[in-house]
Design a protein around this ligand. Structure first.
Ligand SMILES: O=C(O)CCC(=O)N[C@@H](CCC(=O)O)C(=O)O
Ligand SMILES: [Zn+2]
Length: 336
């Protein structure tokens, strides 16, 4: 296999490859762009006009998605997967991946859309670098732009695999993309209703890509991901890469559950207290009137929404950041 197919090994070892560009026997060019960053380009005659960005390891301890991207790259480097799409593979936070930690000093996924400029340290620099790599990759006009940022969650979930779809004023969420996510094994999609500071919010809002954060199960160390079933996602990614998706895809959403954000719970101070059991699962229902959280100045977060559920509850985030999302079921009326 070509050495550049081993992007994960290079990243884990903190090594630069001797050769920065390599070609497979099928004429697929692999180009190392920097730590944890590799571009894959099909021969011009096979290029189908799709630009696909696949990222993982924005949180260093979320290993199942990193292993999946590693597998796909091996398949391309061996010539088993024959791309028609142009691709960018990114491992988001190399140092955190090496240490098996979510982040070192700052959560990289809270540093996009300008936030990294207000901060300092290696993770702020990395977020800036990831923005530049993505912006250069998605700078060719007239091509389809798709970004999947792959994650696993801190806790268990009543809905194992789901996507978060960013928001931009005046832009409609796409039914076609939801159907594609359903085919990739996602059971639910959370439609965001305001701008954000995550990687996919950046590529969606600034670079005009269709962009999704995919949550694929519970985070575990390398080699312990047997319970995370990525078969449907892997199958669909191979089809997108090879330009082999069914042409008249069924756009019925086929049981896909849709949610919208009712409120983000923001931790304002060290007095923040979340009234949930430590082992609560994502998508747990909360009844109306429930006192969810308290903070300084007698701030109280009381559930007012019918059918509310909680995802990503985390009282340990830094002050000023999201400590959970209250979501409610929604219907696919507003899709484009
Ligand atoms: O399990 C958790 O609490 C967090 C899992 C995770 O890393 N989720 C992403 C979601 C990004 C998004 O909102 O699109 C994150 O928190 O960065
Ligand atoms: Zn994550």
């Amino acid at each position: 296999m070509l050495a550049l197919g081993k992007l994960l090994d290079l990243t884990l070892a903190g090594r630069e490859p001797a050769e920065k560009t390599q070609m497979t026997v099928e004429g697929v060019r692999m180009r190392w762009l920097g730590e944890g960053a590799l571009e894959v380009r099909p021969p011009e005659a096979r290029d189908n006009g799709m630009d696909l960005l696949l990222s993982a390891g924005i949180h260093g301890n979320e290993t199942a998605p990193i292993e999946l991207l590693d597998e796909l790259l091996h398949g391309i480097a061996r010539g088993d997967i024959k791309p028609r799409a142009r691709m960018l593979f990114l491992f988001g936070n190399p140092e955190a991946i090496r240490r098996g930690e979510r982040y070192i000093e700052q959560d990289v996924n809270r540093l996009f859309n300008g936030r990294h400029e207000l901060s300092s340290g290696t993770e702020a620099l990395r977020a800036g670098e990831l923005e530049r790599l993505a912006a250069t990759f998605f700078s060719v006009p007239g091509r389809m732009r798709l970004h999947y940022d792959l994650h696993t969650a801190i806790r268990g979930s009543k809905i194992e695999q789901f996507a978060l779809y960013p928001f931009k004023e005046g832009r409609q969420h796409s039914r076609r993309e939801l159907a594609r996510l359903r085919a990739a094994g996602m059971e639910a999609v959370l439609l965001q209703s305001k701008a954000s500071i995550t990687f996919t919010a950046y590529t969606y809002e600034q670079l005009d890509a269709e962009a999704f954060t995919l949550e694929l199960g519970k985070a575990r160390p390398f080699g312990q991901n047997q319970q995370v079933n990525l078969l449907l996602l892997e199958e669909r990614l191979k089809r997108i890469i090879e330009g082999d998706e069914p042409s008249a895809e069924d756009e019925r959403l086929d049981g896909l559950q849709l949610f919208s954000v009712a409120r983000e719970i923001i931790k304002h101070s060290d007095n923040f207290h979340l009234h949930l059991p430590a082992d609560i699962e994502n998508f747990s229902e909360l009844s109306k009137g429930y006192l969810l959280a308290e903070d300084l100045a007698e701030t109280r977060w009381i559930v007012e929404e019918e059918g509310a559920r909680i995802i990503f509850p985390n009282p340990k985030v830094k002050n000023g950041l999201r400590a959970g999302i209250l979501i409610v079921p929604t219907t696919p009326d507003q899709l484009g």
